[in-house]
Design a protein around this ligand. Sequence first.
Ligand code: SF4
Length: 146
Amino acid sequence: MNTCPVYRRSGGYSYTYFIPGPIGINLGMLKAPLHYHDNVSACSLCYSCSFVCPAKVDLAEQIYLWRQDLDKLGKADRMKKVMSGGMKYMMNRPSVFNMALKWAPLANGMPRFLIYNGLNDWGKGREMPKFSKESFNEMWKKGKVK
Ligand code: SF4
């Protein structure tokens, strides 16, 4: 539990199954996936729990496999599916990806209501970080990143 960045930030009460953390996510899914599926998506898949497990139980890999089952259970988040489809499209087309990176800083000057509205769950309690004027790739090429 204590190696999990999600558990460390959210605490035990944010888990639906009575056992929190990586073990609880897996046990909850074994017990009743329709009731305890929500924490599968909260995992960042950092794999820290798998690396520290003294018994070499690959908890993160199992969570990754559970996540692939969410759609079959009818529990995959629709908005995340749309976003994933968009990311897949962009990642498979480097020219589209680089164009999106180039134009992303324009979002910094957008009116607030266009970014913080009912479609943006993430922005309900948080401020979006500003896009950098230069991408990591551009900074790397200029030798600004070592
Ligand atoms: S892989 Fe998921 S459950 Fe495991 S430590 Fe990382 S965030 Fe926590």
